[in-house]
Design a protein around this ligand. Structure first.
Ligand code: XIL
Length: 416
């Protein structure tokens, strides 16, 4: 049966303009702007703006007076995995600006920050020749001031490619890309430790089964260049600009066998050509019923190539809705909104999934970083994609309280 990953679903819905939405905040979920730190009255107001489904209604359940999440030991999550891997989260300026609870938890519990959209090409270079680093600087410097490392996401992504990037001849495109990558990586030299150099370049045709065309995504970049050489160009330019940065290829749905096989084919090709790839980023956008063994198999598949590659989990979340493909394609037949209170059995299922996944990850020495795609449930893009609905994908609830999933991965004695 055809399945649509979170990524494809966003793309189908956004009609390829996801980053426009991101740029104006429209694809961000509703955000409770009622202060969770002060003496709020519990009436969160949405700050989602722009087009798309981002006109958020507040989902805040602040009852006032709570100044910090209860029973959350300082640095617990980060420290628990200290000997295994870095623990990270995505974060955006939107949260930092308000100094909201997510930013505070991010500073306390996570050792690595991935700017959620500030380092994407449509933010940095929407118009030819002009580089705008102001948004990126804010979140990067915030993380560095907290002693955190920064994962740079992402230099090349088909959903955040301004039109001018692909105009002209193959040689024009090559020079422009090399200039972009060199300038950005050089600008952040010594500040951004890891780059997702290319994001989602594997074919999405996996959803057409054996009729699909792989291993490369044969869309905008591929068509403009004539083949997938842009991947090589981007990696070589990044290496030249900052020899100390770790360079990653990032992909979603590596927990799917065919997708994984195609990614491995690309890795073999890059290796044979001497392209400087240091690691694989597995996004790991899970569903509540995802089999964690499949995610671990993705790590093993990379390891079994013996290319010396590092593995990172880069965008973990657990959607409580496994919708049919039509929901993501046309917004129809989506599962009904669960409402503001997550069902207890699903929270337990999420906790078990996370525990099994982490238990497997600690056994795999090639894994050096594990990042979530947000802090609180209210942060997540999955509250608005594919439709506006309460989702519960992350480790902290809307009030910033650690959920069962958090306890399951930080306390071996915690009974789920
Ligand atoms: C998403 C962000 O969460 C949104 O805020 C933004 O509007 C669009 O991008 N895979 C990726 C991420 O590689 O960059 C996406 O992030 C989520 C899916």
């Amino acid at each position: 049966m055809a399945e649509f990953s979170a990524r494809d679903r966003l793309r189908l819905l956004a009609g390829g303009s996801a980053m426009f939405l991101a740029g104006c905040g429209g694809s961000n979920p509703p955000v409770n702007s009622g202060s969770l730190l002060g003496s709020g009255d519990g009436s969160g107001t949405g700050t989602g703006t722009g087009t798309g489904t981002g006109t958020g209604t507040g989902t805040g359940t602040n009852t006032g007076g709570s100044t910090s999440p209860a029973a959350l030991t300082t640095g617990l999550l980060r420290d628990h995995y200290r000997n295994n891997f870095q623990i990270g989260t995505a974060l955006s300026n939107q949260r930092i600006a308000a100094n909201d609870l997510s930013a505070q938890i991010a500073a306390d519990q996570f050792g690595s920050i991935t700017p959620e959209w500030e380092l994407k090409p449509e933010v940095i270079q929407p118009t030819p020749g002009v580089f705008n680093f102001s948004e990126a600087d804010r979140v990067v410097d915030w993380a560095l001031a907290n002693g955190q490392t920064v994962r740079g996401h992402a230099l090349v992504w088909h959903e955040s490619t301004p039109d001018h990037f692909l105009q002209g001849s193959r040689e024009d495109i090559r020079l422009r890309l090399e200039d972009y990558v060199s300038t950005v990586v050089d600008y952040f030299r010594g500040r951004v430790a890891v780059w997702d150099v290319v994001n989602e370049v594997t074919s999405a045709d996996v959803y057409r089964g054996s009729d699909g065309v792989g291993p490369d995504r044969q869309e905008d970049w591929f068509n403009a260049v004539g083949n997938a050489d842009y991947i090589d160009w981007a990696f070589r330019a990044a290496r030249a600009a900052d020899p100390n940065a770790l360079l990653f290829i990032s992909e979603y749905d590596t927990e799917t066998q065919l997708k994984r096989d195609w990614l491995i084919q690309i890795l073999r090709r890059l290796s044979a050509r001497g392209v400087p790839v240091d690691g694989v980023g597995h996004q790991f956008h899970f569903f509540i019923d995802t089999d964690p063994a499949q995610a671990l198999a993705a790590i093993d598949a990379v390891d079994n190539e013996f290319l010396g590659l590092i593995n990172h989990a880069t965008e973990i979340d657990v959607s409580f809705y496994r919708d049919p493909g039509t929901c993501w394609q046309t917004g129809t037949n989506c599962l009904a909104d669960l409402g503001p209170n997550a069902p207890a059995d699903m929270l337990a299922q999420q906790a078990q999934l996370m525990r099994s996944f982490f238990d497997g990850m600690v056994l795999r020495s090639s894994v050096e970083s594990v990042s979530f795609w947000g802090v609180r449930d209210s942060d997540s893009w999955l509250n608005t994609s594919p439709v506006e609905r309460f989702n519960f994908p992350l480790l902290f609830d809307r009030d910033g309280e650690p959920k069962s999933a958090f306890h399951a991965i930080t306390d071996p004695n915690y009974v789920i």
